[in-house]
Design a protein around this ligand. Structure first.
Ligand code: FE2
Length: 437
């Protein structure tokens, strides 16, 4: 991802000796020597604290055995390493190489680094830190799931905002109430403008503590394809910020991807074929073929789809000519595939409203709850559409209008996927359980 320019940049080591004191996220200030013993064993002391920003874990194809770490610094740093140890043990288990994946976007040079942690053991609590010269970050936690264990994940709808205060509050509160969650997904339109670096900064502030402790599964939305002039471009910043699993595509690598977490295989689709088609064609046909291959290669007890744009078309207040039905671009295309491939749950976003439509099969409700459960996840930023959408005949649960923000949890067990929807204050608004039929 790094271009030659950024790879050839002159870089230097910025240690605490040069700058005084550096701290992770500005939360902790360490002075030399004396306090070092508090945060480390004598074997692995570093005199300085390395300051990094946006330290985050990203899901890998098999999150039980691997993890991608990404972070940024304010000035380039060379000779960085990631150290990993089993929690509770002083010995460093492994050191990992760090790649410079700096890039320039929105006229800003971003000093970004990536490390791919592999050969991890499932079911293990690890700690990791980044080191450079005489400095290191604090230890962070990293957990690798086993195949069959129950877990909880957090799911955030569109966070795009004109002011990210609400998003930051929602994300902080959701994490504070669910520090036992093992991963989180962001359902696309993470930012209002995909080129605006300031908005990305605001987005990342919201998930600051969460993303360094548990892995993130990002979904690309249409707003990730907008440039500063509000014209469509390729989702460059998004692709730089999230080193998601590769999908084997030449043209659309990482636009869509899949990963395993515990007993669930997650398929993360890219629904931006209309936007992307202006630059290169074939995204939809390629994804359709890929999804069939992917599900054959990754059979898990549960199969969950994450997609930004929704599968249904809603009537809109004030536009009587618009009818409700199945969305032509996404629903008509994907719903038969979800039926065929026995997907259990489909999460979507984009419409900024929460709707639980129950199970749909062959574009209809069935008495035996056949077909995937379809959840339109809601809104997590301040771009709200009060009283815009008219209820769809398929809607089983909607939130009171006008809607405020919401987030979701999904608890995975062998018996069921249990999905719940919450307001920012923690009030539970919906709960639904999916079992094998
Ligand atoms: Fe959207």
């Amino acid at each position: 991802m790094a271009n030659n320019d950024t790879m050839n940049r002159r870089r230097f080591i910025k240690t605490a000796a040069a700058t005084g004191v550096l701290a992770l996220g500005g939360a902790a200030l360490w002075k030399f020597g004396g306090l070092g013993a508090l945060r480390d064993t004598a074997l692995h002391q570093f005199p300085g604290v390395l300051y990094v920003e946006r330290l985050r874990q990203i899901v890998t194809e098999n999150t039980g055995r691997g993890r991608v770490l990404m972070w940024e610094v304010t000035s380039p740093i060379e000779q960085q390493t990631v150290e990993v140890r089993v929690q509770g043990e002083a010995e460093i288990m492994r050191r990992y190489a760090v790649t410079d994946e700096g890039f320039t976007d929105d006229s800003i040079e971003v000093y970004q680094y990536v490390a791919e942690l592999d050969r991890l053991m499932p079911g293990t609590r690890y700690q990791y830190r980044i080191t450079s010269g005489g400095a290191a970050t604090d230890w962070q936690t990293l957990y690798t799931p086993t195949g069959g264990e129950p877990y909880k994940m957090l799911i955030f709808p569109d966070s795009q905002s004109s002011d990210y205060t609400d998003w930051k509050q929602l994300a902080h509160l959701a994490w504070a109430r669910n520090t036992d969650a093992q991963l989180f997904a962001c359902m696309g339109d993470l930012v209002d403008n995909g080129e605006d670096r300031l908005q990305w900064t605001e987005f990342f502030v919201g998930v600051k503590e969460m993303q360094r402790s548990i892995p993130m599964a990002p979904v690309m939305g249409n707003h990730e394809t907008y440039n500063r002039d509000w014209k469509v471009r390729l989702p460059e910043a998004y692709l730089h910020y999230f080193d998601t699993p590769k999908n084997g595509s030449k043209e659309f690598d990482r636009y869509y991807y899949s990963f395993d977490y515990g007993d669930v295989h997650y398929i993360v689709l890219c629904t931006q074929q209309k936007e992307i088609d202006a630059f290169k064609s074939g995204l939809l046909a390629e994804q359709l073929a890929w999804m069939r291959r992917d599900l054959k290669a990754h059979r898990k007890r549960w199969n969950v789809v994450l997609m930004h744009k929704d599968v249904l078309q809603y009537r809109i207040n004030g536009r009587p000519e618009r009818e409700e039905g199945i969305d032509e671009d996404n629903g008509r295309v994907w719903m038969p595939v979800f039926d065929e491939l026995a997907i259990d749950v489909v999460f979507s976003a984009h419409l900024h409203t929460y709707r639980n439509r129950g199970h749909l099969y062959h574009f209809a409700k069935t008495p035996d709850k056949k077909g995937p459960l379809y959840i339109l996840t809601g809104v997590a930023g301040n771009v709200r559409y009060p009283n815009l959408w008219i209820d769809h005949a398929f809607d089983e649960v909607t939130l009171p209008q006008p809607e405020t923000d919401n987030y979701l949890t999904m608890t995975v067990t062998h018996e069921a996927l249990e999905i719940a929807c919450f307001l920012p204050d923690g009030t539970e608004m919906d709960r639904v359980r999916v079992t094998k039929r």
